[in-house]
Design a protein around this ligand. Structure first.
Ligand code: ZN
Length: 270
């Protein structure tokens, strides 16, 4: 989730699930071309773009995309969201987004009104404005306005953020530690992330204006989601600030986004 209003409640979500057929949208060619022209996709070769396209079609078939709060969902919107959503799993083998169905899209920020568990396992009633929300085993919710601000190479991508929470939830509650691949070192992952999280929390507490969005200091889960946004959208920032986190994410996502974007000669330069 991400603090950033329309109201979000479980009854709305239930209603939307009955309104929308699963897999109601096919890939929209114009939206696909427009998405791929965004900086976040720079440097992907033709083979990678074809694989990405296949994953987009798979996600559109697998998930039920529906509008809420007055938003009329269409194939172009679903295609744009799916294009961002599958970029993190481009090089992963299994279906990391299995086990849930619904993607709900509001026109802008919405109010999340519900129960949330804190780091110590205590459940609180919370009410926050959100640009996105990922519920364990349940829907993924997005603000279309924030989707439209994503993909520009500026370190912000609400779709990647919420889908990163879904990856994190593959092994239980979101805690900043998704299932790691064979060959990855869990101790190294824990050490590197804790060091970065502690450092960022300290800098934010000291009043420093950091290049990384301070929302990453909300919890280790938010740290993973926010730094995943930077990994894809502005890897030069993440690499400069926390190179070891960058290295762990190269292993996890199996992509070297910095090398790819440098090769493309885009905004990152050399
Ligand atoms: Zn979040």
């Amino acid at each position: 989730m991400r603090d950033s209003a329309t109201s979000l409640n479980p009854l709305d979500l239930l209603a939307s699930m009955f309104d929308s057929g699963r897999g109601a949208y096919a890939l929209d060619e114009a939206a696909w071309r427009a998405a791929l022209a965004l900086p976040v996709f720079d440097g992907l070769d033709e083979a990678a773009r074809m694989r990405l396209r296949g994953l987009v079609q798979g996600l559109l078939a697998d998930k039920a995309f529906s509008g809420a709060g007055g938003l009329e969902m269409d194939a172009a919107m679903a295609t744009t969201i799916a294009a961002f959503a599958v970029l993190p799993v481009l090089e992963l083998e299994e279906n990391w987004y299995a086990g849930w169905v619904e993607v709900v899209v509001y026109p802008g920020e919405f109010i999340f009104d519900g129960e949330q568990m804190d780091e110590t396992g205590v459940v609180h009633h919370v009410r926050h404005a959100r640009s996105g929300e990922a519920m364990a085993g349940g829907p993924l919710v997005l603000s279309w306005q924030d989707v439209q601000g994503s993909g520009r190479g500026e370190g912000f991508n609400v779709v990647i953020h919420e889908f990163a929470h879904k990856l994190d939830m593959r092994n239980g509650e979101a805690n900043g530690r998704p299932p790691l691949h064979a060959g990855m070192d869990p101790a190294a992952w824990a050490e590197v992330w804790l060091a970065a999280y502690d450092d960022l929390c300290r800098r934010v507490d000291d009043g420093e204006v950091t290049q990384i969005d301070p929302y990453a200091t909300e919890s280790p889960a938010e740290c993973f989601a926010v730094l995943s946004e930077y990994f894809f959208e502005a890897p030069h920032v993440l690499h400069a600030e926390y190179p070891e986190v960058y290295g762990q994410l190269v292993q996890f996502y199996r992509q070297d986004t910095l090398a790819r974007l440098r090769q493309a000669g885009g905004i990152i330069g050399t």
